[in-house]
Write a protein that binds this ligand. Structure first.
Ligand SMILES: Cc1cc2nc3c(=O)[nH]c(=O)nc-3n(C[C@H](O)[C@H](O)[C@H](O)COP(=O)(O)OP(=O)(O)OC[C@H]3O[C@@H](n4cnc5c(N)ncnc54)[C@H](O)[C@@H]3O)c2cc1C
Length: 407
C-alpha cells in the first residue's frame, strides 16, 4: 500500500486526501494550524460559494498555458464535482441563478468544511494538526517531509496543497512556496489578487457602504484589457471593493510590482449608455440632480453631480460643456486608484508554480516523480464566484487519485 503525505488541510488538501485514500493509499494529512479549512470557514461571507453554476476558461487568469489549464479542468466537470458534494459528501447545495453560484443550502461554510473533514476521516485519512512542513527532500525512492524543523515523515508520494499568501493569519504565509523552492522547484512571481483597491479621494471615501452594480473597463498601457460584465461595486473607507473591482484588481497589483503605470479603471455606474442618459435628461423638467438620483444611489448621484460642477442646474438649461462632463462621469468615470490592499485583504494569490512544470494528466511535477501539486500553489486563479474552490477541488482530486498510483 502506498503512503501519501498531503501537506496542508485546506480545500485542495482535504480533497486530495479523500481521493488518495479512496484510491487505496494510506494517507497522512499534515496541517500547520490547529484547524482544517480555515479559509473555507471564512469564504463567501461564511456562506462558502462552493462552485459556480457555469464556467468558461476566461473566468480564470494564468500566465501559464491556457491549454494545460483546460486539460486539468477536463478531468472533472462542474456537474460531476457538484454531484460529489451532494451524493458523496451529503452536502445539499442551493443555486443562486442571478449570481451564477452554488452555496450550501444551509448557507453554512462550516458545514462544507465539516463534511470534507468527516469524509476524510471516514475513508481513513489521518489528519495531524500543528505540523508545519519546513522542508522536503528525496531519499532514494522515498520522500522525507521535515516537520516543525525536527520531526520527519517518510512517504512514497507527497502532495503539496499549502495554498498561497492571502490572509496570512489562516496559515498561508508563503512557507509552502519556500519549501517548494528549497526542494528545487521554481515558481513565478507571486502577487495579491482579488484584493480591494485604494484611493486618496476623500469625497469617494465618504461614500463607504454604498453599493451598486456597475460596468467596468480596464486599460493597461492605454489598451483595453478587460470589459467586465455588470457586477457589484462597493465603496469602502479606503477605496473600492465588490466583485467588479476584485475581479480586475490584479492588473493594478501586477503593474505596480513590475514598475509599470497604474491601469485606468473606467466605471459606468449603472450600465446605461450616454444616449439613455441624454433621453432621461431631456425628459426631466426640474433639477439635473433629481434626474440622476432616480437612477443611482442618492449620495453617489450628488457626488457625481458635484464632480461635474452641477449644483442647482436645471435639466432643460444644462449647457453643452456641463452636459458632456456629466455624461462622462456617469458612463466613463475614471476611478482615482492609488494602490491596493495587498495580501491582507486578498482572496487569492496570483502566480505560482507554472503548469508547464506539471503533468496535467496527473498533477505530478514532471522533474520530481512522486511530488504532486494542487490548489492555489499553482499559477491559476479565478474571479469571484466559486471559481477558486472549483480549481482546488479539481486539482486536489486529480493529485489524490494519481499520487496513490504513481510508481
Ligand atoms: C475571505 C475569503 C473568502 C473566499 N471566498 C471564496 C468563495 O466563496 N468561493 C471560492 O471559490 N473561493 C473563495 N476564496 C478563495 C479560496 O478560499 C481559495 O482559493 C482556496 O481556499 C484555496 O485552496 P487551497 O487548498 O489551495 O489553499 P488553502 O485553503 O489556503 O489551504 C492551505 C492550507 O495549507 C496549510 N499550510 C500552509 N503552509 C503549510 C505548511 N508549511 N505546513 C503545513 N500546512 C501548511 C494552511 O494552514 C492551510 O490550511 C476565498 C478566500 C478568502 C480569503
Amino acid at each position: 500500500m502506498k503512503h501519501v503525505i498531503v501537506c496542508g488541510a485546506g480545500a485542495a488538501g482535504l480533497t486530495a486526501g479523500i481521493f488518495a485514500a479512496e484510491s487505496g493509499a494510506k494517507v497522512t494529512l499534515l496541517e500547520r494550524t490547529d484547524k482544517a479549512g480555515k479559509k473555507i470557514l471564512m469564504s463567501g461571507g461564511t456562506r462558502c460559494n462552493v462552485l459556480p453554476v457555469t464556467m468558461r476558461q476566461t473566468d480564470y487568469f494564468t500566465e501559464s498555458s491556457k491549454n494545460r489549464m483546460k486539460n486539468i479542468f477536463k478531468s472533472w466537470s462542474l456537474e460531476a464535482c457538484k454531484d460529489w458534494f451532494e451524493k458523496d459528501l451529503g452536502l445539499k447545495l442551493a443555486c443562486e441563478i442571478e449570481s451564477n453560484k452554488w452555496f450550501p443550502a444551509s448557507n453554512s461554510a462550516k458545514e462544507v468544511r465539516d463534511k470534507l473533514v468527516q469524509k476524510a476521516q471516514w475513508v481513513g485519512v489521518a489528519i495531524l494538526y500543528e505540523k508545519k512542513i519546513t522542508a522536503l527532500r528525496k531519499d532514494g525512492l522515498k520522500w522525507i517531509v521535515e516537520v516543525n524543523k525536527v520531526d520527519q515523515f517518510k512517504s512514497d508520494s507527497v502532495i503539496i496543497a499549502t495554498g498561497g499568501l492571502s490572509v496570512p493569519t489562516t496559515g498561508t504565509d508563503g512557507l509552502g512556496h519556500k519549501v517548494i523552492r528549497k526542494a528545487g522547484l521554481q515558481h513565478t512571481e507571486l502577487y495579491a489578487a482579488l484584493t480591494p483597491l485604494t484611493t486618496k479621494d476623500e469625497d469617494l471615501k465618504q461614500l463607504a457602504g454604498v453599493s451598486l452594480n456597475v460596468l467596468m473597463d480596464v486599460y493597461v498601457g492605454g489598451k483595453k484589457q478587460v470589459s467586465a460584465s455588470r457586477s457589484g461595486f462597493l465603496f469602502t473607507h479606503r477605496g473600492f471593493s465588490g466583485p467588479a473591482v476584485l475581479d480586475v484588481s490584479h492588473h493594478a497589483v501586477i503593474e505596480l510590482e513590475r514598475g509599470g503605470q497604474l491601469p485606468v479603471y473606467k466605471v459606468n455606474w449603472n450600465g446605461m449608455s450616454r444616449e439613455e442618459w441624454e433621453t432621461i435628461l431631456k425628459q426631466e423638467k426640474g433639477l439635473v440632480r433629481n434626474a440622476i438620483t432616480k437612477h443611482l444611489p442618492a449620495r453617489l448621484a450628488q457626488l457625481l453631480c458635484r464632480k461635474a460642477n452641477i449644483e442647482d442646474d436645471k435639466a432643460p438649461e444644462l449647457r453643452k460643456e456641463k452636459r458632456k462632463k456629466l455624461l462622462e462621469v456617469l458612463t466613463e468615470y475614471q476611478l482615482p486608484v492609488d494602490g491596493h490592499e495587498g495580501y491582507r485583504k486578498a482572496e487569492v494569490t496570483g502566480g505560482g508554480v507554472p503548469l508547464e512544470m506539471i503533468n496535467t494528466a496527473t498533477m505530478e511535477v514532471e522533474a520530481q516523480p512522486g511530488l504532486f501539486l494542487c490548489g492555489e500553489v499553482l499559477d491559476v486563479f479565478g474571479r469571484i464566484g466559486g471559481f477558486n474552490f472549483y480549481w482546488a477541488w479539481v486539482t486536489g482530486r486529480l493529485a489524490g487519485i494519481s499520487s496513490s498510483k504513481s510508481s
